[in-house]
Design a protein around this ligand. Structure first.
Ligand code: FAD
Length: 332
């Protein structure tokens, strides 16, 4: 099959309990730019049970077409059933570029689809572009411990696939006047042909932090010296309605749980305000928070690398500065 037979940009629309994952909306924004550059349509593939009502939302956020697989067999996410639907759709309509959120579902599905279709997949992408002439997807991601950005090309196979980290692309503002086509697809899958069955869904405890949704993050690093230092910044965070983040070294020291970790091997965050306290500013940390609206660093070393990446820097001891800030905000 010639590569020219493949056209258009697709986004896998991840949904759970009838709610579209924010990363899918972000990818529609990113996909729209790629599709406009290539002058091709942008499509969303939506799979689930009774999810038809979400198709117009996919159009509002930028898609021209929605391929809809709506059937009770897709009630719960299962690699096999979703993969069959995706492969059916790819074989029928042949997209040139296909994006998935780098979530646990997106990563699982994309790798299964890539293996079955024997095509390339760039994982955990943070930048996307397309060559206007050739349609070659330029998918970039941090490599070699975050020291360089690697741009990965898939020259010989189609579709070109990538998983993209949540929070690095921007969703478009929804436009209810946007028009597009909804194509109901059907594929006969028998329950007995699937090797997995969802018996029970156990929800995680709801007190887990959602750093990627926080407006303000107060993050601490090794400079906080121990759990007491984190108690100090947690108090400050509580006062200003912030979530607490941490560097990897602080997490590895056992001062905070892993789900607080910001950075290359943690969460990517884009809060309005990010406090980096006692954090040196290693590149692996910076890649996870550099798109924050305002970065305020507190570090006692005036030469700390974090001061190259912040909007405001305070040179000083966190154990003097943070109590002062807490005192000030307590009076507001
Ligand atoms: P340090 O580098 O030890 O810095 C502590 C800072 O605190 C120093 O700048 C010091 O001047 C300052 N300080 C000390 N005392 C005080 C005080 N009293 N008041 C104010 N400042 C003070 N790191 C991440 O954060 N996230 C990741 O996702 C991540 N992924 C990684 C992936 C790979 C493959 C690798 C190789 C590394 C990764 N790292 C990650 C680790 C990263 O390279 C750094 O080692 C780590 O970010 C350093 O953490 P830190 O800034 O807390 O500690």
């Amino acid at each position: 099959m010639s590569l020219q037979a493949y056209k258009g940009v697709w986004v896998f629309i991840e949904q759970r309990d009838g709610v579209i994952a924010p990363v899918s909306l972000e990818l529609l924004g990113a996909g729209r730019k790629l599709a406009d550059k290539r002058n091709v349509p942008l499509a969303g593939i939506l799979i689930g049970d009774e999810v038809g009502k979400l198709a117009p939302v996919v159009i509002e956020y930028g898609a021209d077409i929605v391929y809809l697989y709506d059937d009770p067999i897709y009630h719960d996410y299962r690699t096999e059933s979703f993969m069959k639907a995706v492969i059916d759709c790819v074989e029928k309509h042949k997209p040139e570029i296909f994006l998935y959120g780098a979530t646990s579902t997106g990563k699982d599905l994309a790798s299964a689809v890539a293996t079955d279709l024997a095509t390339g997949l760039t994982a955990d992408t943070t930048m996307l572009d397309v060559d206007v002439e050739t349609g070659l997807l330029e998918a970039s991601r941090p490599a070699f411990g975050g020291n360089i950005m690697a741009t990965i090309l898939c020259k010989k196979h189609r579709p070109q696939m990538a998983t993209v980290r949540p929070k690095v692309m921007k969703a478009l503002a929804p436009d209810k006047k946007r028009t597009g086509g909804i194509i109901a697809e059907s594929l006969y899958i028998r329950e007995e042909d699937l090797r997995t069955k969802v018996l029970k869904i156990v929800r995680e405890a709801s007190d887990k932090v959602r750093l990627d949704e926080a407006d303000i993050i107060v993050a601490g690093g090794k400079g906080l010296g121990g759990k007491e230092g984190f108690e100090m910044i947690s108090q400050f965070a509580k006062l200003i309605g912030a979530s607490v983040g941490a560097s990897r070294d602080a997490v590895e020291a056992g001062w905070m749980d892993h789900h607080h970790q910001v950075g290359q091997t943690g969460v990517t965050v884009t809060p309005k305000i990010y406090f980096a306290i006692g954090i040196s500013g290693a590149i692996q940390h910076i890649v996870g928070m550099q798109n924050s609206g305002m970065i305020i660093a507190i570090n006692k070393d005036p030469n700390a690398a974090i001061f190259q990446s912040c909007h405001y820097g305070i040179v000083g001891d966190a154990f003097e500065i943070v109590p002062l800030l807490t005192q000030c905000f307590a009076q507001v």
